[in-house]
Design a protein around this ligand. Structure first.
Ligand SMILES: Cc1cc2nc3c(=O)[nH]c(=O)nc-3n(C[C@H](O)[C@H](O)[C@H](O)COP(=O)(O)O)c2cc1C
Length: 200
């Protein structure tokens, strides 16, 4: 059974670096037989800054803003997520946190993995994101990609590409493998538990 994974491009600023890891993930995912990857670019979602009048646990999971409602419906189709994680002031980007807050039930019991970049490979933002993911009842996985200062400068200033860094490809492939394991296991478990309520 082919798993459906979404790559969420988690930064929207002009000239973002996010496209570099994003394209590299898309390219490598094409060689995989165990999942298909769609790109969900936050630039295309038109999400408002969170403005829901009621907590989502009182609405049966629905969002009142049409763009947020469309976003959560879209997410419902996926078995797991990969996120490009920029680090802004040692945390995740505001647009990514907003996108995480703009759905609830559709995140539940699904794995999420992070491709970080920045001075220390986005590690500090990823640690925040793992805690946020748990609150959304997700399974944040251990394997991550950390594109740190040296490869970032190599790409931005010396014309290198992520393919020049074999250790990054290794961590990307390990991330894919582990994400698939969890996506598969949790898909089966979600199907079995379909009649059981999800505790708030
Ligand atoms: C508001 C802001 C805060 C930043 N803070 C950090 C930081 O705490 N750690 C870090 O490694 N890089 C930091 N950076 C540098 C980013 O890693 C770098 O700009 C990166 O390209 C951002 O990702 P993006 O281009 O996809 O938006 C910051 C950048 C911005 C715009």
């Amino acid at each position: 059974m082919m798993l459906k994974i979404a790559l969420i491009v988690g930064s929207t600023r002009p000239q973002r670096f996010a496209d570099t890891p994003g394209k590299w993930i898309v390219q490598a995912a094409k060689t995989r037989k165990d999942f298909e990857l769609d790109v969900l670019d936050l630039r295309d979602q038109n999400l408002p800054f969170f403005e829901e009048p009621l907590p989502v646990i009182y609405t049966g999971g629905a969002y009142s803003h049409p763009a947020a409602e469309a976003w959560r419906q879209k997410l419902g189709a996926y078995d797991g997520f990969i996120v490009t994680a920029a680090e802004y002031n040692h945390g995740p980007t505001e647009v990514l946190k907003n996108a995480l807050d703009s759905a609830y039930n559709e995140w539940h019991r699904k794995p999420i993995a992070f491709v970080g970049y920045g001075g220390v490979g986005g590690a500090r933002a990823i640690e925040h994101l793992r805690g946020i993911a748990i609150e959304l009842k997700m399974a944040p996985i251990k394997q991550e990609v950390n594109i740190a200062m040296e490869p970032m400068l190599g790409i931005l200033r010396q014309g290198k590409s992520l393919d020049d860094y074999a250790y990054l490809a290794q961590s990307r492939d390990a991330l894919f493998d582990e994400l698939v394991w969890w996506a598969d296991a949790l898909k089966v478990a979600r199907a079995k538990a379909v009649s059981e309520p999800i505790a708030a």
